[in-house]
Ligand binder design. Structure first.
Ligand code: FEO
Length: 392
């Protein structure tokens, strides 16, 4: 993709990665992604804001053909999908200074072996003058790593937010065209990498809210030329109470746990509680993460295998614990053959979750009428807890 103008002497550069399907060897990318960089030409100085994943460095270098000088390479975030091509840009523009938050400097020296004298650090609130344009540094930690910062181009009222407000979408559209599509992708992205840091992110949202912003230019996905809706969405994901919703990731080997899951889902629906089922064996884990943004209750469904939970159920539980969702209640259901410690093992895997654990329902083999009645009772207990907690 070629260099594209987004404002007066402000350009999108970067690479659209249509083929990438996994990030951090963990996160599914069903729609690919983009690594957005930006070029801001002031009357005196020129700044490149972020770079691209090193696998696509050639694309960025081709876009920089014809750019005679780069004075600053602003690295908002040290993760390599944005910083990884800095060494290549420095080779081409050896006089450029790498502008970072103080925490990022050490990280980039460790990760990319950039020499120390190439760096200039910026404190929170400091300005970098390009002549007739200036970039204000806003420290925004934990979106996504502790060193992360954003910059605000004051004259053009553009916020360069890096991962913050980003979405993993490969598209030729420069600006958001399909809001519903971007909402889903941005929520997935928030769930996967920012949800654990909600308290800090609430402070970042507050900080960003004090600026007049006409445009948010993230480092993944399309640019927001009408940014109010994504800012409101973040407010909701971070600050709103959970929904009257049960997220139900499960595994079933021979159908017994599957029957229990179906019964619980029906009973919840009858009780007026929404439920989302995820067969972990075939589900993209990003879908579970999205559900965890809103769910008031998590129920894990698992057979007992080798005296414990099925490894896939353990994986989903480990993930839920790491993502620290807002859920207030949790339970476990499943079938076993002759015994085991499924409940003990899963209960020990959720120290980060501030949840009330509701009585699990386990059955031997196929569920009996009594087991099915116990699932109806669990659904009623969940509905009661939601009502009592004022969750609608
Ligand atoms: Fe897009 Fe945290 O990197």
């Amino acid at each position: 993709m070629y260099k594209r103008q987004i404002g007066k002497k402000v350009y999108w550069l970067g690479a659209v990665d249509w083929d990438r399907r996994l990030f951090d060897a963990l996160i599914p990318l069903p729609d690919g992604t983009s690594y957005n960089a930006y070029l801001v030409e002031g009357s005196d100085k020129t700044a490149l804001l972020d770079t691209v994943d090193p696998s696509m460095a050639d694309t960025l270098l081709a876009q920089l053909e014809g750019v005679s000088r780069i004075d600053f390479i602003i690295s908002h975030h040290a993760e390599q999908d944005h910083s990884g091509a800095i060494p290549y840009v420095l080779e081409k523009f050896p006089e450029a200074k790498v502008v970072v938050s103080p925490k990022a400097k050490g990280m980039l020296m460790d990760l990319l072996k950039i020499r120390e004298d190439a760096f200039v650090t910026m404190e929170d609130g400091e300005r970098l003058s390009l002549g007739d344009k200036s970039l204000k540094c806003i420290h925004t930690p934990w979106v996504h790593w502790p060193e992360t910062m954003s910059t605000y181009l004051e004259e053009d009222r553009i916020l360069f937010s890096c991962d913050f407000y980003g979405s993993h979408i490969a598209t030729s559209e420069l600006f958001v065209a399909d809001q519903a599509r971007v909402y889903e992708a941005a929520k997935r992205y928030f769930a996967e990498i920012m949800m654990p840091f909600r308290r800090v992110i609430a402070k970042n949202i507050e900080k960003i809210g004090t600026y007049d912003i006409d445009m948010i230019a993230p480092s993944h996905g399309p640019i927001y030329d009408r940014p109010a809706w994504i800012m409101e969405a973040y407010q909701h994901w971070v600050n709103a109470r959970p929904d009257n919703l049960v997220a139900l990731p499960y595994v079933s080997m021979h159908g017994s746990t599957g029957q229990m899951v179906d019964r619980l889902a029906s009973a919840l629906t009858r009780q007026g509680v929404q439920v989302e089922l995820f067969n972990i064996a075939v589900t993209d884990i990003g879908k579970i993460a999205i559900s965890l943004v809103d769910a008031a209750t998590i129920v894990v469904g698992t057979p007992t295998v080798l005296a414990g939970p099925h490894p896939m159920a353990a994986y989903a539980t480990f993930l839920a614990n790491a993502l620290r969702p807002k859920a207030e209640f949790l339970s476990i259901i499943g079938s076993y053959g002759w015994g085991g410690k499924t409940v003990d093992t899963l209960s020990g895997m959720i120290p980060n979750l501030k949840v009330e654990v509701l009585d699990p329902v386990l059955c031997k083999g196929l569920p009996s009428e009594d087991n099915l009645k116990a699932l109806d009772d669990l659904a009623a207990a969940i509905a009661d807890r939601h009502r009592e907690a004022g969750i609608k």
